[in-house]
Ligand binder design. Sequence first.
Ligand SMILES: [Ca+2]
Ligand SMILES: [Ca+2]
Ligand SMILES: [Ca+2]
Ligand SMILES: [Ca+2]
Length: 555
Amino acid sequence: MLNTMKPRNETPPGPSEDQDDSSSDRKLGIRHIVPFILAATVAAPAYATDVAFLEGTAASGITHIYDGGPAFFVGGGVAAFDCDNNHFPDLYFAGGENPAGLYRNVTKLGGALQFTPTDAEATALIGVAGAYPIDVDGDDFVDLFVMRVGENVLLRGQGDCRFERANELWGYDGGSSPTTAFAAVWETNRRLPTLAEGNYVDRSDDNGRLGTCQPNRLFRPNAEGEGYRPALPLDPSYCPLSMLFTDWQNAGRRDLRISNDRQYYGEGGSEQLWHLPVDEAPRAYTEDDGWQRLRIWGMGIASHDVTGDGKPDYYLTSMADNKLRASVAASTGPAFEDSAYALGVTAHRPSIGDTSKPSTSWHAEFGDVDNDGRFDLFVAKGNVEAMDGFAMEDPNALFIRRPDGTFADVAPAAGVASTARGRGAALVDLNLDGALDLVVVNRKAPAQVWRNTTPGGNWIQIKLRQADPNTDAIGARIDVVTGDRTTVREIAVGGGHAGGQLGWAHFGLGRAAEARVTVHWPDGASQTIDLPANRLAEIRRDETKPTLVDLGSKQ
Ligand SMILES: [Ca+2]
Ligand SMILES: [Ca+2]
Ligand SMILES: [Ca+2]
Ligand SMILES: [Ca+2]
């Protein structure tokens, strides 16, 4: 984004003029969700509760700021994952021109959030825009893909939150482009994951390439499974700020959704969806496939089956016009209709303060923050830098899903409406009490953490385990059934804005004391198992009973 950009919309957003399906967009959205709303009303739990978060930044031990020049206007991600195998998620913050920060989680079970900084050279890298956790080599030590303005770095986890550079070990060429998006998936039974790297504009190059998007790259493992082949270009590239491998048609096959920054579209830019047949050249879906052209200032992707048809829907953040792209039930192609307006998640203006200027949205993530069984939605907001046409004080949004299926922003009352320039974030249970806590990275201001103190319903947190490779079952789908409600979650590496998490998959259960859980493993096999509420449960492939984690002796 450039400072000269003007807001495109000073009025509440309706259908976008840039979508081919615009004329009937809002109408379709409402028609599409009506069956869901009726079903949800009937099945709604009898209680409601106030959502409350307690900011614990000052006492947490986290003192971290994402900062830097124009190359770091975007980025600012956080990775949440367990680097010392004690079940508690640790945090790795992008720092921009400051060193990246790895913080070990020393929180007591259910207690106030406590972290201790680490300072190893391997992780305290300069120029980091974001990072995604993934166990590349399946040794049960989580590794990190670190996105940098400059060479990207794969860090191999060694346990006890120690890491070593592994670009050479794994034959990965980190390039020199500014990388702002990443996603990974295991194709068939390859030993190593396929890596997708999204690259932005090179702002340091003033010899004619300024404003030109650097090529996105796809890395596939070699036949021996010991390293990577030379990169394949994903051409054309339109400056992505988020990428996600996702099974959009619920067919057991994951395609690559890319959210692109309209500022640098040039000719013909738009959002993209790539089909990646094994051992064939990647191919972007076109309008002939049913893919609709959508043009937004794409910043982040959050995925969740909002409509309840079993297929994922996608919340896409932008400037003033966030989208909720809901799957079209009758379509065989990648067709989506926009439901952000109908469901109340446009988030196009600040909820408090000066509401005359539109918002700028970044990381978005679905999660059930009050454990009522309905996934809610967090959106980090903040001005790019000092863009006049957009709100300078732009509070984060926390949308609670109501029994009628619509969402309401409760961020001010819940205590998370920070007006620092938000960027990356994570909804993650940092003290393992079953309530999703919140961490937000801010540009030019300290990162913040909040402990969720909502007196909510029951919950379950699930970790999938299978044999090497892909020990974390990336690409799996988990269906959690309580009564007549089914909640679906894809296990993915990617999405959000410049950061993601690997670890416990959280589900609110409302009043249910147990859940029937079906795991659809990445290769298509499925397994059903019953889990008791309010536990951390590992589901190991082919085992009929879960492994319930006992934290009593852990910390
Ligand atoms: Ca840990
Ligand atoms: Ca590893
Ligand atoms: Ca909820
Ligand atoms: Ca918690």
